[in-house]
Design a protein around this ligand. Structure first.
Ligand code: ATP
Ligand code: MG
Length: 481
């Protein structure tokens, strides 16, 4: 299996080969880079192992690149050396070169940080997580064809198999992050985890607690961004790795049956929504909204007589859970979290519109509340239609189409999307000579509602008159009169 290298990659690897030759050391392209090149996937970093000092090799390579305009591109390479780790990185505009000296590792039980010694290429291959990540290509002048494959990684790559090179129980016990990586590669590449490797995970799942949450979320987000994220989530659930860091999602699993009433399994429903949505968007946080849209269903579940299972208010409770979950999982607490929270809060609205008469005022409200995130909300709602009953799916989809049409008409006419009511808090406080207080919010909202409901026109004078009337009812005194 030849590597399909671009001209740019060839050119850079030639510089590494020349440098290694000068230093009289052996250097190899290894790991993810070799794997991705065989799979014809894009690769933004090139992993290089040097039997000798990775830092010396990186210095020589950096020097050559800096002195050569065609290699260099428009920007000088950015080089970092990590003496403690014996690693170095050359950041180019389009690619990163990662250097490390070949090493031998031994592990202690309480940490995923191994004791590291210099080693041979063989030692270095032994410490790799999976056979498909343990391929090496010798970098000798002009020749990048000889693939060193100590563990039959090429065969596994061809057959789509994730397998540890050594005993999986030891490999995972040494560094439990590898269990997540196994599932991440299975989800990302559409590979199967070999049986022995797979069965080693569950007994070691509790070992994940020695891994930092930053590393866990990094892998989880890669799973979420894979083509069919349900593959990864099902594996996480079945191996009980999910239980270690995301118990809220685990709780979605299962069906309560009582008095002949059942409901759908919210875990598998959520995964279906996530897969549906993932066909239309690569936006990580929109995908997170799908994961969390029903997260409060277990908390709000009630059996209502003559009616069946209900989950009233799960969107409100769910929206409240979002910041806590984001905080614990070490996801960002900025606008991205707010976006997810908003979508969880609003996820029932477009669908509930289809059940009644779709009034203009309801449409104006959804436009106002969703604002710029309306398209994302509609995508989530569409993905949320997952009934087994084909007729039902058809009906819901047709209704949602109607809602979309209506939204378009109302927006074209009323321009509600980024609209602000004509009377703001400042005017209210000035008119009644009051400081910020509950009354200000009440009046502001009542004016907004009256306009959205079509009770008054969207203009300053009508809003002003309503403000005076509401103030009077509340016993506020208009200082301007
Ligand atoms: P990606 O770049 O898509 O995240 P990758 O496999 O290239 O995947 P990197 O973190 O770039 O992952 O690591 C490069 C290589 O280093 C891997 O291919 C693997 O050989 C090795 N490696 C990375 N993490 C581990 C680990 N936890 N245990 C053992 N080997 C690892
Ligand atoms: Mg990589």
């Amino acid at each position: 299996m030849p590597l399909k290298l671009t001209n740019r990659e060839k050119e850079l690897l030639q510089v590494v080969a020349e440098s290694a030759d000068e230093l009289k050391v052996n250097a190899y392209a290894v790991g993810g880079f070799v794997r991705d090149k065989i799979l014809k996937r894009d690769s933004k970093d090139i992993d290089i192992v040097c039997v000798g000092s990775g830092i010396e090799l990186a210095k020589t390579v950096a020097h050559k690149i800096s002195n050569d305009k065609t290699l260099n591109g428009a920007r000088k390479p950015f080089v970092s050396y990590f003496k403690n780790f014996g690693t170095a990185q050359i950041k180019l505009e389009d690619l990163d070169l990662e250097f490390v000296g070949a090493r031998k590792e031994s592990y202690r039980r309480d940490s995923r940080k191994p004791i590291v010694e210099d080693g041979t290429l063989e030692n270095d291959q032994d410490r790799r997580d999976f056979t498909i990540n343990a391929l090496a290509v010798h970098l000798s002048k002009n020749e990048f064809t000889e693939i060193i494959d100590s563990f039959n990684g090429l065969e596994d790559l061809k057959n789509g198999i994730i397998r540890t090179p050594l005993d999986p129980a030891i490999t995972f016990d040494d560094d439990p992050l590898r269990m997540l990586r196994a599932i991440r590669f299975a989800s990302q590449l559409g590979f199967k985890i070999e049986e022995k490797t797979y069965h080693a995970i569950e007994p070691l799942a509790p070992r994940l607690k020695i891994i930092s949450q930053e590393r866990v979320i990094d892998e989880l987000n890669k799973i979420i961004l894979s083509k069919k994220p349900s593959v990864g989530f099902k594996l996480l659930f079945d191996t009980k790795l999910l239980h270690q860091f995301f118990p809220e999602m685990v709780r979605l699993q299962g069906v309560s049956v009582q008095d002949n009433y059942g409901h759908k399994d919210n875990f598998y429903h959520t995964l279906k929504v996530l897969d549906n949505l993932s066909e239309h968007t690569d936006d990580l946080y929109l995908r997170w909204a799908a994961i969390l849209h029903d997260i409060a269903k277990p908390n709000t579940q009630r059996l209502e007589e003559g009616h069946g299972w209900t989950f009233h208010g799960h969107e409100v409770v769910g929206a409240k859970m979002v910041p806590k979950i984001f905080n614990r999982l070490k996801l960002p607490l900025d606008d991205r979290m707010k976006f997810v929270q908003k979508l969880v809060m609003l996820h029932l609205r477009p669908i509930s519109l289809t059940k009644e008469n779709i009034t203009d005022s309801a449409i104006r409200r959804i436009l106002f509340d969703a604002g710029d995130d309306l398209e994302s909300l509609l995508m989530l709602c569409e993905a949320d239609i997952t009934s087994k009953n084909e007729e039902k799916v058809k009906r819901y989809k047709a209704n949602l189409k109607l809602v979309k049409q209506k939204i378009k008409e109302v927006e074209e006419r009323d321009h509600i999307r980024n609209w602000q009511p004509p009377i703001d808090g400042e005017i209210i406080m000035k008119t009644f000579h009051i400081k910020p207080c509950k009354e200000v919010g009440k009046i502001k909202n009542a004016i907004k509602d009256a306009i959205l409901d079509g009770e008054i026109k969207n203009d300053h004078d009508e809003a002003y008159t309503l403000m005076l009337k509401l103030g009077k009812e509340m016993g506020l005194r208009n200082v301007e009169l």
